[in-house]
Design a protein around this ligand. Structure first.
Ligand SMILES: *Cc1c(COP(=O)(O)O)cnc(C)c1O
Length: 454
């Protein structure tokens, strides 16, 4: 075996062991940052390691205690997804193949797969055929990418060329978003030089109030405007009322963008598609593949109805590049050099098929409903949100008790659930996003919550 093969074999062995441990290991990490630093050794070695396999061995054994079981079935913090097996294995190939996926002509395999996966995604998510699909690092950058296309387009309509003249001295772009939008939207707007959005009131579940949106738009008068809507609130799972909100935005000739990092996938289920109904009328949409679709980190998706608008914002011309008149992958994302993210997305979709994606979405929702029902049955516990999708927010009588329950639950180690503050109260916030979560994981977690609340 040559040294490279030995290193890969060692990595494979450790990966298989790690994945095999997920169903029973404690979910929180068992070692601290300092523990891991000590185990690795802080000194930069003067000389090469004996073999690459030795390096892999040291890395794996020193880090293993400091790993959190993110890809397991009982991690319900943030919204994290997991690694569907075909996607995970494909991701290894992506590293081995090491294709730079910027140019259509130079990486034909990736371009083919990107085109195929892009068309499948539009179909599954009910988005307009022919929209441009860009593969980004995550939903933050997908939001950035879509909003860049929107910013440039609304300014172009009033005769201002951002690519050439920048923002300085140009007309102000109004951006309106619901008060319950995700902070990643603010981040994307900041990167784009658009400042903070004007916030439109939302209802008790976080849904933008479309009449208030309509009034704010009318009060501001004409001018370059962007409206940001949301599919899937991180606390309640709620979806904005797309048909009415987009109607209001259209009356003001605004560019409409939808942040659907995990919620856009409701469209792939006939049972939940009513939640996203109307959102296909928007101009752009951002989602993650590393959340609901369960491809390994990192992978976000930017969809823009008008491919020309995206190309105007992201495309470039370089004398040494080999460009294709049909457009190149780099015309659709901020990066030039990048890894072959479409390979993993294609593998997840090819592995699940249409019904598998539907089942995945519905299973996550079903587990969330089981959590809500189980928690509602506990003494002094209340589920605060309408559980319409994959998110559950509960509190345990008062903020102090809720904190204590969360602390005890983490110490218990059966599951990982984060706390948050929602509508002025401390809450236990559950996000079901992992493909491998089973009914047994849910009941083991409910037992742990029961113990923590006792
Ligand atoms: C996770 C999330 C984001 C940010 O996505 P990243 O992949 O972490 O960049 C944006 N919006 C919503 C609603 C999210 O849930």
């Amino acid at each position: 075996m040559d040294v490279r093969e030995a290193a890969l074999q060692r990595a494979h062995d450790h990966a298989v062991r790690w994945l095999g441990s997920l169903s029973d290991r404690r979910v929180p990490a068992g070692a601290t940052v300092d523990d891991v630093v000590r185990a690795l050794g802080a000194e930069l070695p003067d000389a090469p390691a004996d073999t690459p396999a030795d390096v892999v061995e040291l890395l794996a054994t020193a880090c293993e205690p400091g790993l959190t079981a993110f890809p397991g079935g009982r991690f319900y913090g943030f919204v994290v997804g997991g690694g569907e097996p075909a996607a995970l294995a494909a991701d290894w190939l992506v590293s081995a193949w090491d294709q730079n996926c910027v140019m259509r002509a130079v990486s034909p395999a990736h371009t083919a797969v990107e085109d195929l996966a892009g068309a499948w995604l539009l179909d599954l998510l009910g988005l307009p055929r022919g929209s441009a699909v860009g593969f980004t690092t995550g939903a933050t950058m997908a939001n950035f990418t879509c909003l860049a296309a929107g910013r440039d387009a609304v300014l172009r309509r009033v005769g201002w060329n951002v690519a050439r003249d920048g923002l300085t001295g140009g007309p102000r772009v109004r951006v309106l978003a619901g008060e319950s939008r995700h902070m990643a939207v603010d981040l994307a707007l900041r990167y784009l030089g658009l400042g903070e959005p004007e916030l439109v009131p939302a209802d008790d579940q976080g849904r933008i109030k479309s009449e208030e949106l309509r009034e704010s738009l009318a009060a501001g008068g004409p001018g370059p405007t962007i409206v940001v809507l949301q599919a899937g609130d991180v606390h309640s799972g709620a979806f904005d009322p797309f048909a009415e909100a987009i109607d209001a935005a259209r009356a003001a000739e605004a560019w409409v963008h939808v942040d659907g990092a995990f919620g856009l996938w409701a469209a792939a289920s006939p049972r939940y598609a009513r939640l996203t109904a109307g959102c296909e009328q928007a101009d752009s949409w951002a989602t993650d593949a590393h959340k609901t679709l369960n491809v390994p980190y990192d992978c976000g998706l930017a969809f823009v109805r008008d491919p020309g608008a995206l190309r105007a914002a992201m495309g470039l011309h370089g004398d040494y590049l080999i460009q294709d008149e049909r457009g190149d992958p780099f015309d659709k994302v901020p990066e030039l050099s990048r890894r072959g993210r479409a390979f993993t997305v294609w593998a997840a979709l090819r592995s699940l098929g249409r019904s598998g994606v539907t089942d995945l979405v519905e299973r996550l929702c079903r587990h969330a409903s089981s959590f809500a029902a189980g928690i509602a049955g506990l003494d002094g516990a209340t589920v605060l949100n309408d559980v319409v999708f994959t998110q559950v927010c509960a509190h345990f009588g008062d903020d102090e008790r809720t904190e204590r329950v969360l602390g005890r639950l983490l110490d218990d180690g059966t599951a990982w659930i984060s706390g948050s503050t929602w509508r002025g109260r401390r809450v236990m916030r559950i996000a079901v996003s992992n493909w491998s979560t089973t009914d047994d994981d849910v009941s083991r977690t409910l037992d742990a919550i029961r113990r923590a609340a006792a």
